[in-house]
Design a protein around this ligand. Sequence first.
Ligand SMILES: Cc1cc2nc3c(=O)[nH]c(=O)nc-3n(C[C@H](O)[C@H](O)[C@H](O)COP(=O)(O)O)c2cc1C
Length: 187
Amino acid sequence: MEKSIHYFENPGIENTDKLIELVKERKEELNIDYIVIASASGSSGVKFAQKIGNVNIVNVTHHAGFRGGDELEITAENRKKLEDLDVEIYAGSHALSGVGRGISNKFKGVTPVEVIAETLRMFSQGIKVCVEISIMAADGGLIPTDSEIIAIGGTGTGVDTAVVLKAAHQGNFFDMRIHEIIAMPRP
Ligand SMILES: Cc1cc2nc3c(=O)[nH]c(=O)nc-3n(C[C@H](O)[C@H](O)[C@H](O)COP(=O)(O)O)c2cc1C
């Protein structure tokens, strides 16, 4: 079987619009029913939901307090738009850092889960994010683990990476399977 991977010259937000086209095409080819996207502010989530229909979309934002305080980063305006577009919004502990981040911040060590995260970043930040948000959405009961979904992540802001994967819950994380890479930054 031959399939294409789109490589972006650079990571970052400027790849978001092209990624929408690529995801739309692959979603139709594979009859994908669920898309999970990392979008902290909700901006990338809104862009995808406005252009890709006939699919369930889950917008995962950062956990409350990620940037201090107790606030969620998703804006009120984007929350309203996502709700109007029937997009599920999810915020919860980050699967690939979690309490481990608290332990390493305090004791200056590293936890196994953070090693997994850094290993996935050898592909791209976005691949790590795709895996992480798929666990989170599966554990939130928002995506199935017995069928293929598309996961989308990026590098800081916007999105530049998309994969087709079968998700898993945190308790059997290593059952997750990444079937196809749709796009990622090459550097
Ligand atoms: C749970 C979660 C974890 C994330 N982890 C990372 C990360 O490790 N590295 C990174 O570059 N971006 C990370 N991001 C950012 C996303 O990949 C994406 O670029 C961003 O959420 C897009 O948000 P926007 O639509 O507000 O621009 C993370 C986002 C979320 C929601």
